[in-house]
Ligand binder design. Structure first.
Ligand SMILES: Cc1ncc(COP(=O)(O)O)c(C=O)c1O
Length: 315
């Protein structure tokens, strides 16, 4: 029997997530499709990996020191992860978020002791103006003095080490060639970090970045409203590097939501909305690359964060 060794802090519970083959939602005449189950990280999303790497890289450089306050603008997943890492390490955390995001995420941040600042969305939707307004508020807070460390996840390359680890785990879990990898992007840290790691091992691996079809900033050059938390931020994120992906795809939000329900009922996998979009795209790629090939995607976060909303109750 192999089990994880005991650890000296909850940070040791980050990563080493399972990679599960989807056996019911994948049609015949397709490649095999695997989903890396990132919902099993301590706060239920892959953002725990990046929160640990941004904080520890800043500590290593001396930019973040004991007694300082960490500041970030976030839809809630990054905020929950940063609040968790700051709690373990003893940093105060000021977080700017919005009522467009799940109350579970906002409450998780405060449960870990974060100080929450809400920018009202107006419509309850993620609009092209919302994320820039949240970032501006975070910048104002951080500008108050030297005691603040602004994470700025959208332009901070310190996110990459955490996601490179995710990529290396996939390579260890899937020994054969990986033909395609896809993921919906917000700041793009996950697909850029993990995708590049897969491409270094398997140069033919087709990496696809995904966005909601109603907010096609990458595929059509303009933003729009949608309700897929964590992605489709309204502009091409600074960390998105054209050399590290092969294509951008717009995925219908309703199809992604329906896929979340199928994943729960047919595969026993309870994941959030962006993960539904990831699997819709993975199935498209699996059809395109064909039988005998392998496609990998990621279950970004747990569906438990969305059970109070309508994600699992729509038919
Ligand atoms: C649920 C969820 N899915 C996907 C993403 C996108 O990840 P990334 O910012 O690494 O592109 C995020 C980011 O916040 C998220 O919260």
């Amino acid at each position: 029997m192999s089990s994880r060794p005991s650890t000296t802090s909850a940070l040791g519970a980050i990563g080493n997530t399972p990679c599960v083959e989807l056996t019911h939602v994948v049609p015949p005449d397709s490649a095999r499709v695997f989903m890396k189950l990132e919902s099993l990280n301590p706060t239920g999303s892959y953002k725990d990996r990046m929160a640990q790497s941004v904080i520890e890289e800043a500590e290593r450089r001396g930019d973040l020191q004991p007694g300082m306050t960490v500041v970030e603008a976030t839809g809630g997943s990054t905020g929950s992860s940063l609040a968790f890492v700051c709690a373990v390490k003893g940093y105060a955390f000021r977080v700017v978020s919005s009522d467009a995001f799940a109350p579970e995420k906002l409450n998780t941040m405060t449960a870990f002791g974060a100080d929450l600042d809400i920018v009202p969305s107006g419509s309850g939707k993620i609009t092209p103006r919302l994320i820039p307004a949240m970032r501006e508020r975070a910048r104002q807070i951080a500008a108050q003095g030297a005691g603040y460390y602004y994470v700025d996840q959208f332009s901070n390359p310190d996110v990459f080490p955490g996601y490179e680890t995710l990529g290396r785990e996939v390579l260890a879990q899937i020994p054969g060639e990986i033909d395609a990898f896809c993921g919906a992007i917000g700041g793009a840290g996950m697909v850029m970090g993990a995708g590049r790691t897969l491409k270094q091992r398997w140069p033919g691996c087709r990496v696809a970045v995904l966005e909601p079809a109603s907010a096609p900033a990458l595929t059509k050059g303009y933003g729009g409203e949608h309700s897929v938390e964590g992605i489709g931020i309204g502009f091409p994120p600074p960390l998105l590097n054209r050399d590290w992906y092969d294509e951008a795809r717009a995925i219908d939000e309703a199809e992604g939501r329906a896929m979340c329900r199928r994943l729960a009922r047919e595969e026993g996998l309870l994941v959030g909305t962006s993960s539904g979009l990831n699997v819709v795209a993975a199935l498209q790629l699996a059809k395109e690359v064909g039988p005998g090939r392998t496609v990998v995607t990621v279950g970004c976060d747990t569906g438990l964060k969305y059970v109070r909303g309508d994600l699992f109750t729509q038919s």
